[in-house]
Design a protein around this ligand. Structure first.
Ligand code: SAM
Length: 316
């Protein structure tokens, strides 16, 4: 059997997103950028659909507006309680693994209601952009990160996401992707060498409103950051939503992430973390106080964070 992907806005708008057997099609991440240049009010919602199918390693870029409504209310109430006293310094907030930053924006706007411009907000993600690389007038394109790691192969009308195992049922796809992989690797290598044989188009995966805010040079910025790396800055609140998951990171990596969250938080700061799935699903998470030597749970939502044990055990 054969399964095409979604490579054009026309197919996306026509909702041709599953095949005849009901199996979801891969959607080219290139469409995220095309939607950026589209002024239709629904463009942002279509971007959510594009992100929802884009997998890199174990992690999806999936995100959507109003994802944490009730949990955001609990976060805001903890922030208010913890930082209600007048401060000389700006309150510093870091929202990590923010995908395109649309959920960061929601928190940012709620913080404006509390602190006006008395805070700074940093949203980060390991993959805020990718590149579409191909040779002029050739059909094959690869989607890579800065280092040339290929994530997707676009060969219209096919889209192959390399983080997903193709089922044997779609044997034509399996054969084709195997054949294309060598050529794709050559394109990635040429991209890394900055060769003039290939054209690389940068695809920003940052939400339009986040880009506008960052460009204004005010108190909102968006940067690239890998949670596995230490960060040499201090915050009063760090939020990590839909990233601290044993399915994405092993125990050692989770300890490493907790170590860098801990060191980047001032004593008395807040660590907010949790996970949820689709639109209607509640957050399983927690809000923790960063104490001198570890984290203390202040609030739990649902059955709590899926890495609560590791957070509670953490000891500096
Ligand atoms: C499921 S999305 C969560 C987005 C947003 N926080 C939310 O909950 O809607 C996970 C995000 O984590 C990012 N990510 C994956 N590995 C990461 C890492 N090592 N460091 C930083 N971000 C990472 C992915 O690029 C993706 O945007």
């Amino acid at each position: 059997m054969i399964r095409f992907g979604v490579c054009s806005l026309e197919d996306l708008y026509a909702n041709r997103l599953s095949d005849a057997f009901g199996k979801e099609k891969n959607i080219s991440i290139e469409l995220y950028e095309e939607l950026f240049h589209n002024d239709a009010p629904s463009a942002s919602e279509y971007q959510e659909i594009v992100l929802s199918r884009f997998k890199c390693g174990q992690v999806f870029k999936r995100t959507h507006l109003q994802r944490f409504s009730e949990f955001d209310t609990a976060t805001l109430s903890a922030v208010q309680k913890q930082f209600r006293q007048a401060r000389n310094e700006l309150l510093a907030v870091h929202d990590l693994a923010a995908s395109d930053g649309r959920t960061s924006l929601e928190l940012y706007h709620q913080l404006i209601n509390l602190f006006n411009d008395g805070f700074s907000f940093l949203a980060t993600d390991v993959l805020p952009w990718v590149y579409s690389v191909g040779k002029p007038s050739e059909r094959l394109r690869v989607i890579t990160d800065d280092g040339g790691r290929t994530m997707e192969i676009v060969y219209p009308p096919f889209v192959f996401n390399l983080a997903r195992q193709e089922s044997k049922f779609y044997w034509i796809n399996k054969v084709l992707v195997k054949r294309l992989q060598k050529e794709a690797a050559t394109l990635s290598a040429l991209f890394v060498q900055r060769s003039s044989e290939v054209r690389a188009r940068k695809i920003s995966l940052i939400h339009k409103k986040c880009r506008e805010l960052s460009e204004r040079g005010g108190n909102f910025s968006f940067e690239q950051y890998n949670v596995l790396e230490p960060i040499n800055r201090r915050f009063d609140m760090v939020r990590a939503m839909n990233i601290l998951n044993p399915g994405y990171f092993n125990q050692r990596e989770i300890s490493r992430i907790l170590e860098s969250v801990f060191s980047s938080l001032r004593a008395g700061g807040l660590f907010v973390t949790g996970s949820n799935e689709g639109r209607e699903s509640g957050v399983e998470g927690g809000i923790y106080l960063r104490a001198e030597a570890g984290f203390h749970l202040l609030f739990a939502s649902g059955s709590g964070s899926c890495v609560h044990e590791a957070i509670a055990r953490f000891n500096r």
